[in-house]
Design a protein. Structure first.
Length: 221
């Protein structure tokens, strides 16, 4: 049994690690900008522009991969937990529909986390992590979007505002990365548990069938 989300999980983790690294570099650059505009212009400006371009491109790539990944995660949840309540299509609606996503985004992770807590033996730690990060994810998404609009609409860039935005963006990427890691680990653990139960059931069936076959053979003799 291969997880449908396994390959995408690895791709998304790589993208998020790079985005976290770029966000760290952006934060350092913004600190220099806030502390000394002359030092920023002399030493950081060109590098900062490169960071902004690469971060923007990777962000949109990661966003597309993330949507496909969350769809595949729900396919895997449906396979591993047949009574799992949310369909893959509804999970995308929870993310993409404005206003509704204020409830939908944290509910996706709370539901996955609760299933790990209640229906697995070895993924309870992952379930607790996922449940605990569901609400912070929404809060930092809203904060990041709000600050981004304020920066884009401002006539004059404030160093403090840029610094806060850089810090919030870094935290947001870290939350996404941790969620991706915990969800993929939980799916891997759940898959192993399902395979173990299936193997145990097959061995039990073979054990029950074997004596019956021996008795039949003895009777024929």
């Amino acid at each position: 049994m291969k997880l449908k989300s396994e390959t995408l999980s690895n791709v998304l983790k790589l993208l998020l690690w790079v985005l976290v690294g770029l966000a760290c570099a952006d934060l350092v650059s913004t600190i220099v900008y806030t502390a000394s505009l002359d030092a920023f212009t002399a030493y950081i400006y060109d590098f900062y522009g490169f960071i902004e371009i690469v971060s923007s491109v990777l962000y949109y790539i990661a966003a597309v991969v993330y949507l496909i990944w969350i769809y595949c995660v729900h396919l895997d949840m449906k396979t591993l937990f047949p009574s799992f309540a949310r369909s893959p299509g509804k999970s995308l609606a929870c993310i993409l529909i404005p206003v509704y996503n204020l409830f939908g985004i944290p509910s996706i992770y709370r539901m996955i986390g609760r299933w790990y807590l209640e229906d697995t033996g070895g993924a309870k730690k992952e379930g607790r992590w996922i449940c605990s990060l569901a609400l912070p994810l929404l809060l930092f998404l809203m904060l990041s979007n709000g600050l981004g609009r304020m920066v884009n609409q401002a006539d004059e860039l404030s160093g403090t505002m840029l610094l806060i935005l850089s810090f919030v963006t870094l935290i947001l990427y870290m939350i996404f990365l941790i969620l991706c890691l915990q969800v993929s680990r939980g799916l891997h653990i759940a898959r192993l548990e399902v395979l173990s139960r299936q193997s145990t059931a097959v061995n039990a069936d073979d054990f029950e069938a074997s004596p019956a076959g021996q008795l039949t053979a003895t009777h024929q003799l």
